[in-house]
Structures are given as C-alpha cells and as structure tokens.
Write a protein of this length. Structure first.
Length: 348
C-alpha cells in the first residue's frame, strides 16, 4: 500500500505550499517541483546498473522517491554506497515486516489534540506546518503519518491556535512536518504572526531539512518574516553526513545567523551512512565551521520499512565514546532515543 499517495501530495503542495504557475514560482519552489520522483530516473542519473531497479521500484511503491537536484549533485556517480544516496534510495528490504517496527513508532496519534497539533512534552507543542518534504528520507519516522488528517485550513488553524492561547504553560511552538519550510512564506508569515500574538509564547523552533537539500530556500522572503518576529528563533537542521554540507548550504546558514537565528543540528545514526567515529567526527567539525552546533544524535526510531538502517545501542554508545576522546564537549551531540510516554528524549 502506498502510504503517501500522489494525489494527497499534489493537493498538499497546491494548498499548503501555494505552488504558483512555473513562471511565477520562486527559485526554491521551482527546484522543489522538479525534484526527482521516479526511482528509474534516480538510478539512471547516478549511473547505477539495472540490478538496483527492482528493489528501488518496490520501495518506491511503499514510500515515494523525492530527491532535489541540489542534493543529487552532492552524490558520487556510480557509487551505490554513497552516504547521501543511501538515505534516499528505495530498497526491497523496506517491504519486509519485522517485529517491533511499526507505522507509528513514537505513538504520536495518542498526542494529537487538534488538527496539525502534536503535544507530547511539557512547555512546547509541535505544529505540522506542511505535509510536504523536499526530500523523502527512507528512515523517516513519519513515513506513515496521516497527513490527510493533519493539514489544517486557516479556519482549522485558528481552532488549533485557540488551544495554545488557552494553555499558558506552553512557551515554545515547534514548526515541523513534512518540512515546514515547504510551505509558502505567505502561509508561514501568517502563522507566525498569530503565534507571536500569544503572550506566553517565547520561542519559535523550526525543524527543517530544506536549507540543506535546497539552500536557495533561504531567500529574501524567508529572511523577512523570520527576522521580524519578537519570538526567539531556533532552527534545527537535519544533517547526517559531512558530504551534505556544501558552499551553498554554508552561505544559507550564514544568512540565517545574520537574521538572528540560532542554528542546531540533529542527526540519525544510520547503518551505512554515518556509523563510524570518523564520519561522525567530520560531521561535527564541518557543522561548526558552518556555524551550526551539534545537538542530538538519534538512534533509529523503529518505523516499519527502515530496519536495515538500525545500529544497536551498544555500538552507538561505543561510537560516542570514541567521539568523546577526540572532540571538544561542545561538538559532541547527545545520543538519545525517543520513547513514547517519556517526558523528554532519553539519553543513552
């Protein structure tokens, strides 16, 4: 069964991202609309032989391929072990059911009091600001998420915002998705205006991969609304490997920092991508050079379809111990697991 249908995503892109006719689109919207969505095209562009096609098509039927050109350009041609390709290439293994790997590994359905609202932790709430991602990562813990039930209209957003207005214990709003920056700046500016009008809100946090996979997303329109809110701004990027950091991404980060945004990074520990001390150390060093602080290193959430990325907890701890020997403390990400029902991320 296809977990995110093409029809749903097309409606979401038209409604949430407000995709304009091609001639009127911004540069990043054009790049988003032209992302590779065909597993055969992905394999052809990277020079993979035909042996990869059956598995890629099987995985694609479960969770659709989406890879922007700017991200594709950082992959090594002809190398199926490329760490960026590994994150986006569908495999037949995704269709093999395994005990403990489920569609909702974080039990988010139990913490959704309103459309587009997830409230798991004290003092902060998560808002599904867009159901669309710029890149479909094969290990995504929301690859089965019911976005059709969590894509509010503006009228529905007002009902959701009423929940925030009435709960004075909430001090931080987290924009998530999908990827929140896949929404139009007009929609995001509207939403942030309403959030900053809630007196007890102090911080705006944005979890996004778009400045990484399409650096042109950090344009004048984004900087305008992001740089003109009273809320403290934190952006948590998602970068798993140093190869993802190129000059365009570094320039995007510099622009965000000039707008007063604190930049953090969270990674997922992934077999075949970053499961070595060397890869993780290089990632921390490159992040800091780009003005981004390592924040979390997540062990894999047990989502159905992603078991082939798993790194056992004992090995994860050994890797972090190795990092501790060679990195200063401020470059050492916290190794954590998210356990449903716990009050916060659980350190390992």
């Amino acid at each position: 069964m296809i977990t995110r249908s093409s029809a749903l995503l097309q409606r979401a892109e038209s409604t949430c991202a407000e995709v304009a006719p091609l001639a009127l689109q911004s540069l990043w919207q054009t790049q988003l609309s032209r992302a590779i969505r065909d597993p055969r095209e992905l394999c052809r562009r990277l020079g993979l032989d035909d042996s990869w096609l059956p598995g890629a098509e099987q995985g694609h039927a479960l969770f659709e391929v989406r890879v922007p050109e700017a991200f594709l350009a950082r992959m090594r041609h002809g190398d199926p072990a490329d760490p960026l390709l590994r994150q986006v290439l569908p495999l037949a293994a995704e269709g093999v059911p395994l005990p403990g790997y489920v569609s909702d590994p974080l039990a988010e359905a139990e913490h959704t009091p309103g459309p587009g609202l997830i409230h798991k932790y004290a003092g902060r709430v998560l808002l599904i600001a867009s159901p669309v991602c710029a890149v479909n990562c094969r290990y995504c813990f929301r690859r089965h998420f019911p976005y059709s039930d969590n894509s509010p209209s503006r009228a529905q957003w007002e009902l959701t915002l009423d929940i925030l207005r009435q709960d004075t214990t909430i001090h931080e709003a987290i924009l998530s998705g999908g990827d929140p920056l896949a929404a139009s700046d007009r929609q995001l500016g509207w939403l942030v205006e309403r959030l900053e009008a809630i007196p007890h809100l102090k911080r705006l946090r944005i979890h996004t991969r778009l400045p990484v996979v399409i650096p042109d997303r950090v344009d004048d329109a984004l900087v305008s609304w992001l740089g003109n809110t009273r809320l403290q701004r934190v952006m948590v990027l998602h970068i798993n490997h140093a190869q993802e950091i190129d000059d365009a991404m570094v320039k995007a980060c510099a622009r965000l920092k000039r707008a007063g945004v604190t930049l953090l990074n969270q990674s997922v520990l992934l077999r075949g991508v970053n499961d070595s001390v060397e890869a993780l150390a290089e990632l921390s060093e490159r992040l800091f050079e780009a003005g981004v602080l390592p924040y979390y290193l997540h062990v894999l959430d047990p989502v159905a379809g992603a078991a082939h990325f798993d790194v056992p907890d004992a090995e994860a701890r050994e890797l972090v111990a190795g990092l501790r020997e060679i990195l200063p403390g401020f470059l050492l990400p916290r190794l954590v697991r998210e356990i449903p029902g716990e009050a916060s991320k659980t350190p390992l």
